[in-house]
Design a protein. Structure first.
Length: 352
């Protein structure tokens, strides 16, 4: 159901950290359409900033060069902002495995800088982007994102008098975002190469960039400080995803080469742990997990435990609704990148 109430960002100033990335640029486009007064784009890549400036050609965008690791460079982008969308992060699993110290500096220390500078500037609401890899993490990227979540929640717990709401959105794989496997499959198909799969039965959640934007909008509209939000999403095996991409490009029987599970990968991803599901509120298309707001009176942790333990299972990419190849094709055809690809190759789109 479409929410007919005015967007909370209408007439407001919004800062996007990591604003030149896939999420940031899509979010900026949506915020402009929703009537944002000004958007501050904060990132460390001047070339991408110049590309984005030329692409948007909109005087409502202002660009700030800096790095979330440097609190002093964050501060100017926060001044006058009403809302902050924190997307800056190191997101590639292999990179973080080789350089975990860098993941700590950007994903944890950088997030703390963003939250503190936003509070100092009088920002109304900060939404921090997290990932399914933060649940039961097995790689450095997921571990650093899990601690990012704890950093955001610690601010909410330790500064209850703050007028700033800090919330978290956790999402699964975002289709056609930078680093997504779908562009790789497209390149391999176009070059006549076999599709490389780590493990055909590996499952992943499937979300679009627009889904991630809707999730952030939901958090801006509904969050209480410390809340964690996820958007319900279908899942599919990587083999189903690969065959769906191949079918869209006219190849119904692609050659598939299995290369094996890479270091730091899971067979299935988890968006909510069983402990979180026991406390979650079902809000239709979304789950909301409220903050455990116990104080620093540590005796409560030792003498006042939970009176009930939820006996349920995690919410994973294996037990969510599984898509067939046909259903995955229908989902892919909603992506602007796939629509443009089909138009360029003059291949028929599925009926919507």
């Amino acid at each position: 159901m479409i929410n007919q109430t005015p967007s909370p960002v209408e007439g407001s100033v919004v800062t996007i950290t990591g604003g030149t990335g896939s999420f940031g640029s899509t979010m900026a486009q949506n915020l402009l359409a929703r009537g944002a007064k000004r958007i501050n784009i904060f990132s460390r890549d001047e070339a991408k900033q110049d590309d984005m400036r030329r692409q948007f050609n909109d005087e409502r965008l202002r660009f700030f060069l800096g790095d979330v690791r440097n609190a002093g460079s964050v501060a100017p982008a926060m001044r006058g902002a009403d809302f902050v969308f924190h997307a800056a992060a190191l997101k590639q699993v292999p990179s973080c495995e080789f350089f975990p110290d860098q993941a700590v500096l950007t994903n944890i220390v950088g997030s703390e800088n963003v939250i503190k500078e936003a509070a100092a500037a009088g920002v109304r609401s900060v939404v921090c982007l997290s990932t399914d890899k933060a649940v039961y993490p097995v790689n450095a990227m997921g571990m650093s994102k899990a601690l990012m979540e704890k950093t955001a929640q610690a601010f909410s717990r330790n500064f209850p008098e703050s007028g700033m709401t800090v919330s978290i959105t956790r999402y699964g794989n975002v289709m056609y975002s930078r680093g997504s496997v779908i562009p790789l499959f497209v390149r391999q198909l176009q070059q006549g190469q076999p599709l490389t799969l780590t493990e055909p039965n590996m499952t992943r959640f499937l979300m679009s960039l627009q889904d991630s934007v809707d999730l952030v909008e939901h958090a801006f509209r509904n969050a209480e400080s410390g809340d964690l939000f996820i958007k319900k999403a279908p899942g599919a095996t990587v083999e189903v995803l690969a065959r769906a991409v191949a079918s869209l490009l006219g190849n119904e029987n692609p050659e598939i080469r299995v290369i094996g599970v890479r270091h730091g990968e899971k067979m299935d991803e988890t968006l909510l742990s069983r402990e979180e599901i026991g406390k979650a509120h079902d809000e239709g298309d979304y789950f909301r997990v409220p903050l455990d707001a116990r104080s620093l009176q540590y005796e409560q942790y030792f003498s006042e435990g939970e009176t009930e333990i939820a006996r349920t299972e995690d919410y994973t990419s294996a037990n969510t609704r599984q898509l067939t190849v046909t259903e995955t094709k229908e989902l892919l055809c909603r992506l602007p990148e796939i629509q443009a690809l089909l138009a360029a190759t003059k291949l028929p789109q599925l009926a919507s």
